[in-house]
Design a protein around this ligand. Sequence first.
Ligand code: HEM
Length: 244
Amino acid sequence: MNTAVHNFLFNIYPYICLAIFLMGSLARFDRDQYTWKSDSSQLLRAGQLRWGSNLFHGGILFLFFGHLFGQLTPHWLYEIFVTASQKQLVAVVAGGVAGVLCFIGLTLLLHRRLFDPRIRLTSHRTDIAILIILWVQLVIGLVTLPYSFGHTDASAMLVLADWAQRIVTFRPNADGLLALDWPYMIHLILGMTIFLLFPFSRLVHVWSGFATVAFLFRPYQIMRSRRLNVPPGHNLPRQSDASV
Ligand code: HEM
């Protein structure tokens, strides 16, 4: 790959995607709250959704947190407990299982969205596009697994983690990525693009999904009747009614 293109894709494009992801989500929440939803299609057809959605969401949440902690935990911190090769083995096996479950779920979701006429008709273009993009991203992620098994010294994982940690700490340097195989590169570019498209799709519901954790810590809701000065027991049958 041309050096200038490589530099743009892995040192500049990540910041474009992150900026649009954050600012775009804020703007959408501020301007368009009625469109801020997961747009469930459960009312149109529940059957295939139950398996599809649960397998997909279980898998993708595992993969999301796996990527987050796996990529961003500094090497010096985890090497107290495990070697890089052991960490890679756990990542490849656990990520592989979650990836396959997610793949089955996502394929079911994509199938019902494309081939159920009611769901197809009520789908927005971005609903279909985002499912296809996630599907391709997942397949490329699974394609990287044999390549990672090939590097038992965890060299690819270390290069990828170093690049990601440099991005989030504003010290970009993508030179190490030049040595990686093509599926890793495509996986990175498409992964960043998903962040870019996030605010323009139903994916905004992910923010709300994570925000529901706050429910665990919020105070109880106090429910009060809107009718004031109503005597206690007003809703019970009256004595005269009971004797009739
Ligand atoms: C954080 C927790 C999350 C919650 C609570 C949540 C909730 C939901 C709900 C309620 C739906 C509507 C369809 C259904 O009933 O299953 C949905 C659909 C969807 N979610 Fe999530 N979600 C979460 C995380 C994610 C993540 C991390 C992704 C991907 C990056 C994702 C991608 C999708 C997609 C693509 C659909 C549409 C599926 C379809 O075609 O019907 N969600 N989600």
